[in-house]
Design a protein around this ligand. Structure first.
Ligand code: SF4
Ligand code: SF4
Length: 372
């Protein structure tokens, strides 16, 4: 696991404190979405389809700080939209660093090289760059030729300047595990701290509805990708969550572990679903019908979900909340997950060629509309 010791210690002591205080539900990572606007229009995205008047709206730094203090989580992930399009993103980031929050600023990095000089390296700040695989696969996934090259330029510049950098990838049906493994080699050579990965979630609003995977296909794909690991691969995630993706662990969702706050308020129940909004974090925690979510609830919207924002909190709480979980985490950190069956799966994997890349032209149009 590539997470620094100080961050692990902060999260571990937070989990133990909550456990000993008897608190049943608490957040680990606040998903803070300061805007939905983006300079890409990925086919699997469920955020950028809002009408222009919504895409124009943004959270102010004060609203961001208030949400962070209300939730009290030790980590803050800033997805979007594209956070680097927010004119006050530097002020937001500096305010969170001053509050000693571990920040993952999730960016497609198209603007990263141009704006990197505005930020200061800190153990609290990580640029989490959206990179969905090798060049062709990433450009296809983000519907933008040249997207990979721009993102990699941004990564190299950030690494050179001493920032913490990770990559985050979302995988859909049709992903070639051999290519993903070659991608791990490439990003580790760029000097990133670690890789973050997740299967895609079937957003109702996403333009491409054909490539979301069921649970069995997710497990097969991740077993092929994550078994027989190379010694230099590092993952910026809980090893227990990776075992869950490989089918070695059964977990229930912990939706309150990664609560989402955006221009509409506190989103119920999670970052992915929108079953209404609460005005305060307290209201979100106390009035959401949590039993109606997760696979065991039978909710069809959760049936195929294995995404990190729902299931990684479960893994982290198990890892830091019990001796057995902690031992599993230590073992997972050093294991290479040798598996001859997965090796055979890789050798026999049939890659389906994807259709030609479609540049989604609405990106620029919608940017012009929102900028107007
Ligand atoms: S980079 Fe792609 S997935 Fe991320 S917010 Fe923009 S359009 Fe959505
Ligand atoms: S299973 Fe997925 S969609 Fe359902 S509440 Fe959990 S994270 Fe959200």
């Amino acid at each position: 696991m590539a997470v620094p010791i100080s961050q692990m210690w902060t999260v571990a002591s937070y989990v133990l404190k909550k456990r000993f205080s008897g608190q049943k539900r608490y957040p680990l990572v606040l998903m803070l979405e300061p805007l939905f606007r983006c300079n890409l229009a990925c086919a699997g995205c469920g955020k950028v389809q809002y009408p222009p008047h919504v895409l124009k709206r943004m959270l102010s730094p004060e609203e961001c700080f208030a949400a962070v203090e209300e939730a009290g989580a030790p980590m803050v992930s800033i997805p979007g939209g594209e956070p680097l399009l927010h004119p006050q993103i530097v002020e937001i980031v500096n305010g969170l660093i001053a509050r000693k929050k571990y920040i993952y600023l999730c960016t497609n990095a198209l603007e990263l090289k141009r704006r990197i000089h505005e930020f200061t390296p800190s153990k609290y700040l990580t640029f989490s760059v959206h990179l969905d695989g090798q060049r062709d696969h990433h450009d296809f996934s983000v519907c933008r030729e040249g997207g990979w090259d721009l993102a990699v330029d941004g990564i190299k510049e950030a690494v050179k300047r001493g920032f913490r950098v990770t990559t985050n990838a979302t995988f859909f049906d049709g992903t070639d595990p051999n290519s993903v493994r070659a991608f791990f080699d490439e990003v580790m050579d760029m000097g990133v701290e670690g890789v973050v990965l997740s299967p895609g979630y079937s957003y109702e609003k996403a333009p491409d509805q054909k490539h979301f995977m069921g649970r069995a296909r997710v497990r097969r794909l991740f077993r092929a990708i994550l078994s027989n690991r190379k010694p230099n691969w590092k993952f910026n995630m809980s090893p227990l969550f990776l075992e869950f993706l490989m089918g070695d662990r059964k977990y229930e969702c912990t939706p309150w572990g990664s609560p989402a706050y955006n221009i509409f308020g506190w989103q119920r129940p999670c970052y992915l679903l929108q079953d209404g909004y609460a005005d305060s974090f307290k209201e979100l925690m106390e009035t959401t019908k949590w039993e109606e979510y997760g696979v065991a609830s039978g909710n069809p919207k959760c049936a195929n979900c294995m995404v990190s924002c729902g299931y990684e909190p479960t893994a982290v709480i198990e890892g830091f909340g019990s001796l057995k979980g902690f031992w599993g985490m230590v073992r997972g950190t050093f294991s290479k997950y040798k598996d001859p069956h997965a090796q055979k799966l890789l050798a026999e994997w049939k890659t389906e060629p994807h259709a030609p890349l479609v540049q989604i032209e609405t990106t620029n149009r919608s940017l012009e509309e929102t900028n107007a």
